[in-house]
Design a protein around this ligand. Structure first.
Ligand code: B16
Ligand code: MG
Length: 217
């Protein structure tokens, strides 16, 4: 029986991808590195340090660990400052409605994001009240596709993976949910989240009714 929901943040609740893109682009320009939307797509759901390594490798650049941490911190400062522009109007269509519905129906809800800035993002959206547990990049050390972040959320909710549905927009996130034994809902195109148990093009269609019907029939 489904008792809980675990949500990824970027690409499911809100679209911080554009702000991540602008911050990486600014850093890349300062480094005279090539960076475009195609490379940015590879960063979806991927941790900050894994992201900078993808960009570095794309540029065949050699950077020592210390400098790499410094560059990632620079990008993060740009990104965090840009979060100030986010407001309650920045939910992806359907996300706030679903979170409200889950509260009304008494489901347990956790966040399962790779971001270390999730607290600030939720605050900007005024979304903290919808979550019983916050699992993010600060909660576990192994990032997606390892299932650790979702296992953390389920454990803190006091639920088994098979009692939880995970919403994800990234391939690595769907893999993490499937490996952990969760029901997975993919948000996005078939070529990206096709391995999910159930897939929707957007959050607008991924309602409680549509999802519960599928998993409890
Ligand atoms: P931060 P999610 C992910 O969020 C983003 O999709 C990814 O682009 C980002 O690199 C990662 O968070 C880490 O974010 O730099 O804020 O710690 O989709 O897992 O909610
Ligand atoms: Mg995501």
């Amino acid at each position: 029986m489904i008792k809980g929901f675990i949500f990824d943040l970027d690409g499911v609740i809100t679209d911080t991808a554009e702000l991540h893109f602008l911050a990486w682009k600014k850093l890349a320009d300062e480094m005279s590195w090539l960076f475009n939307r195609e490379v940015n797509e590879k960063l979806r759901g991927v941790s900050r340090m894994d992201s900078i390594n993808i960009i570095r490798e794309h540029n065949n650049a050699t950077v020592d660990e210390h400098k790499l941490l410094e560059l990632a911190a620079m990008k993060n400062d740009i990104y965090v400052a840009s979060l100030d522009t986010m407001t309650e109007d920045d939910y992806l269509p359907g996300a706030r409605e679903l979170l409200t519905h889950l509260r009304q129906e008494g489901f347990l809800v956790a966040l399962g994001s790779a971001s270390k800035n999730s607290t600030k993002v939720l605050k900007q959206l005024d979304a903290t009240k919808y979550f019983d547990v916050i699992g993010d990049g600060n909660s576990v050390s192994k990032s997606k596709p390892a299932p650790d972040i979702f296992l953390f959320g389920a454990d803190k909710l006091g639920l088994k993976p098979e009692e939880c549905i995970v919403y994800e927009d990234a391939e690595a996130g769907v893999d993490a949910a499937n490996t952990g034994g969760f029901y997975s809902v993919g948000i996005g195109p078939e070529e990206r989240v096709g391995y999910a148990d159930l897939r929707f093009d957007s959050m607008k269609e991924a309602t409680l009714f549509a999802v519960k019907n599928h998993f409890e029939e």
